[in-house]
Ligand binder design. Structure first.
Ligand SMILES: NC(=O)c1ccc[n+]([C@@H]2O[C@H](COP(=O)([O-])OP(=O)(O)OC[C@H]3O[C@@H](n4cnc5c(N)ncnc54)[C@H](O)[C@@H]3O)[C@@H](O)[C@H]2O)c1
Length: 273
């Protein structure tokens, strides 16, 4: 991790206790591990009651955090989620398929899988939960997209297409429900250390110094960095913000193809380290 990301400032806002979400009820889909888990913890630390929904048990259950086992690809939303009556919903589940395969060589049977896990379920959960939010005249939906909703990812073409669809869904539904006091936004992560992308294993020790060149802010980022954006988008801090995307990727989206050289300059034609 770069010095800037490990600055010893006593933790990020998302790791501190507060009351920004006091009295709120948040459901987080995919809340057991990685980014989802950090969001669950940050919401609870800010006073929300949280229902963590996942295919595996979510750790650290308490009176404030409950765990529900459910596969988001199942068509029927369990009654427990509707009874919980959330005014915050985080569609965090999403995956790509390894190994990367060029589109022409892809197996079409994989497209439905990619659709269901990255896009289809989020339509269903949002459709099921919006009516109560509209009735309450209050709600926040947060969709986890990816930098690859905005930028190409060769070898994962269909994944990136469904992430882009989720981003565009975010924009259009936000326009529809805004006047009911319901906001819908997206977070587009990149370079976040999680079980899905375990950079500690993927990057050999002798290449760790290269993080400084791979993104303007170095890296890797941590799930708590995404949780900070989620607290912002769930709370009244963002009460006049809807239909947009917060990028949490160390600046890879804006740097798009430009890399820092060893001498401090920039290149769009990096050489091997
Ligand atoms: N980590 C990154 O750098 C990165 C980059 C771009 C986008 N994202 C997006 O951020 C989101 C979270 O990513 P992550 O890296 O934390 O993922 P992760 O795979 O580490 O964690 C995903 C969580 O979702 C749960 N889950 C998986 N399938 C499920 C299902 N069918 N039903 C219910 N729960 C299920 C898992 O058990 C796990 O708890 C995803 O949408 C991902 O596409 C992450």
């Amino acid at each position: 991790m770069s010095d800037r990301l490990d600055g010893g400032h006593g933790g990020t806002v998302a790791e501190q206790s507060g009351s920004m979400l006091a009295g709120r009820r948040a459901v987080v889909f995919g809340g057991a591990e990685g980014i989802g888990r950090a969001i669950v913890e940050a919401f609870a630390a800010q006073g929300a009651s949280v229902l963590s929904v996942d295919v595996q048990e979510s750790p650290g259950g308490s009176s404030q955090v409950r765990s529900l086992i459910w596969d988001v690809r199942d068509e029927r939303l369990p009654a427990e989620i509707l009874d919980f009556d959330p005014d915050i919903a985080v569609n965090n589940v999403g995956h790509f398929i390894r190994p990367p395969t060029s589109f022409v060589d892809a197996d079409p049977s994989e497209w439905a899988r990619l659709h269901d896990i990255n896009f289809g379920y989020a339509l269903r959960t949002t459709h099921a939960l919006l009516p109560a939010m509209i009735r309450a005249r209050r709600g926040a939906v947060i969709n986890l997209t990816s930098v690859e909703a905005h930028r190409a990812i060769p070898g994962h073409t269909v994944y990136s297409a469904y992430k882009a669809a989720l981003m565009q869904f975010t924009r259009s539904v936000a326009a529809e429900v805004g006047h009911y006091g319901v906001r819908v936004n997206a977070i587009a992560p990149d370079l976040i250390e999680t079980p899905q992308v375990p950079y500690a294993d993927l990057v050999p020790r002798e290449h760790e110094h290269m993080w400084e060149r791979w993104s303007p802010l170095g890296g890797p980022g941590q799930p708590v960095d995404v949780a900070g954006a989620a607290v912002f988008l769930a709370s009244d801090l963002s009460r006049f913000t809807t239909g947009t995307t917060v990028h949490v990727g160390g600046g890879t989206e804006v740097a798009g193809g430009w890399f820092r050289r060893g001498d401090g300059g920039w290149t769009n034609r990096p050489l091997n380290p």
